[in-house]
Design a protein around this ligand. Structure first.
Ligand code: GLV
Ligand code: GLV
Length: 329
């Protein structure tokens, strides 16, 4: 019998075709995610699920799918999934690291440049008739070259961002990390510091840590107060790392210069949210991995993980390796 697979949203053909060759596949056809109770019903007799970061995969959901062997998340982040519950139940969790590193670092650069140079508000001003003349003191932003960049979370994406800004703009790099990274220190003349020191010395702070209980709310009023009033804050990781009310306050009261966000809390951020009213905040709708090539690669790895999962083989990228000895076959 072919394995049964539910795919919770249309993904690029590169991945879908591979799944359809080997499995009986149902794809959720809507633009919006299935409601939790619909997802629950859909997966009842499935061997595998392709999930998105908008699908909450928790213990009760897993218990509604007794045959489930693998959840292949179409993302590198897996904070939408209860990893411990999956491991306990012998369900392998796949993710898509590596292939979206460059695209995500590119968006971090884009937001850094846009927020430093007030691109968001000046584009709106131009379009809405507030471009009256060339003004010597109009839309003044911050220089970038040679300024200090603080990377919060020196993983794959943090490193890709650090390299771009160090080689491209000559920025000195400081970073936080759970573990020392001597090769990075040597390559980029970077220095690992504690967060308060990073905040105090950085002209740009770019967040690349994953979301887990220890990073939730990492950036609150105290952290923004420790930053320079000229500092630019970039987040391409996950919204809940930031206390958004504190960020609104910091932007409004000039505790920092500006912010560039690809992630918010919640997502989507409702159009009435006060962050949109802050001219010094550039907000993108979680598009860091959104290139044709990257999404194709994500679909490919996602399909590989799913197929390996239902066949009982090692996943290309497994987010809960501790599951291996107890995997459901
Ligand atoms: C997107 O945010 C991802 O985790 O891949
Ligand atoms: C600006 O456009 C300049 O020529 O300085």
């Amino acid at each position: 019998m072919r394995p049964k697979v539910f795919v919770s949203r249309m993904i690029p053909q590169s991945g879908l075709k591979r799944l359809q060759e080997r499995c009986e596949v149902e794809v959720w056809p809507d633009r919006m995610p299935p409601a939790p109770e619909v997802l629950r019903a859909k997966i009842a007799d499935c061997d595998g699920i392709v999930s998105l970061l908008t699908d909450r995969i928790d213990a009760p959901l897993m218990d509604a799918a007794p045959r489930l062997k693998v959840v292949s998340n179409f993302a590198v982040g897996v904070n939408n999934i209860d990893l411990a519950a999956a491991t306990e139940r012998g369900i392998a969790i796949g993710n898509t690291p590596g292939v979206l590193t460059d695209a995500t670092a590119d968006i971090a650069v884009t937001l850094l440049l846009a927020a430093a140079r007030r691109l968001g508000e000046s584009m709106i001003d131009a379009r809405e008739g507030r471009w009256l003349t060339w003004e010597p003191t109009g839309w003044l932003g911050q220089d970038i070259g040679g300024r200090t960049l603080g990377i919060v979370g020196m993983g794959r994406i943090g490193l890709a961002m650090a390299r771009r800004m160090h080689y491209g703009w000559g920025m000195p790099i400081v970073y936080t990390s759970r573990t020392p990274k001597p090769e990075i220190d040597a390559e980029l003349k970077a220095r690992r510091v504690e967060l308060p020191e990073l905040l105090a010395m950085s002209d740009y702070v770019s967040v690349h840590a994953d979301l887990n209980p220890s990073t939730k709310g990492l950036f609150g009023a105290d952290q923004f107060r420790q930053m320079k009033p000229t500092a630019v804050f970039i987040n391409t990781s996950r919204g809940p790392l930031v206390d958004q009310d504190a960020l609104v306050m910091a932007l409004r009261e000039g505790l920092i210069f500006s912010a560039g966000l690809d992630v918010t809390d919640p997502e989507p951020l409702p159009p009435t949210h006060p962050l949109y009213a802050q001219p010094n905040c550039v907000i993108a709708p979680h598009i860091a991995s959104a290139t044709v090539q990257t999404r194709d690669e994500m679909a490919r790895i996602c399909a590989e993980n799913l197929l390996a999962g239902v066949l009982g083989q090692p996943l290309t990228a497994c987010a809960n390796p501790a599951v291996e000895p107890k995997r459901r076959r």
